[in-house]
Write a protein that binds this ligand. Structure first.
Ligand SMILES: [Cu+2]
Length: 161
């Protein structure tokens, strides 16, 4: 389409400018809201081939089904790494068959890294495992990961009364 044909129409320029400004404002506000939505979960993948979470003697993660998550992992090298430079892994395995959850097969590089993820839809007791042979303690590098059912909506709780 040629631009001339658009300008030929009798739309006043100030109105267009105002509409454009409103659109810009909307685009600026939208990402702010989206960034507030995911829950931040911070994990350390340590030099001793252990996952750690601040304030937990035995680390575990509990999420809600389909919850948006921002996973921030700090990884510190143990003894060995993969050829691609990965020093630890973070793979989520399903309870029923121990198969990895699509999108949750993460490889960790030294330092801090973030992953935008969505929790599995199916509730249950999952497991996080390391997939990089990082040291002789690698086999013990795992952590419980609970997926709780989604919170019932108001109409659902009406039925339970
Ligand atoms: Cu490992």
């Amino acid at each position: 389409m040629r631009r001339e044909s658009y300008e030929d129409r009798s739309v006043p320029a100030p109105l267009l400018a105002r509409a454009f400004a409103a659109l810009l404002l909307l685009l600026l506000l939208l990402p702010v809201k989206a960034q507030q939505a995911p829950r931040l979960i911070e994990v350390l993948a340590g030099h001793d081939s252990r996952y750690k979470i601040e304030g937990m003697s035995k680390p575990s993660i509990t999420v809600t089904a389909n919850e948006k998550i921002l996973l921030r992992v700090t990884a510190i090298r143990a003894k060995q790494n993969n050829r691609d430079g990965s020093i630890h892994g973070f793979s989520l395995l399903r309870p029923k068959d121990h198969q990895p959850v699509p999108g949750w097969e993460l490889l960790l590089k030294p330092g801090v890294q973030e992953f935008s993820l969505t929790a599995p839809a199916e509730p249950g007791e999952y497991q996080v495992v390391c997939t990089v042979i990082c040291s002789e303690g690698h086999e013990q590098m795992n952590m419980k990961f609970i997926v709780e059912p989604e919170v019932k909506t108001e109409s659902d709780s009406e039925i339970n009364k």
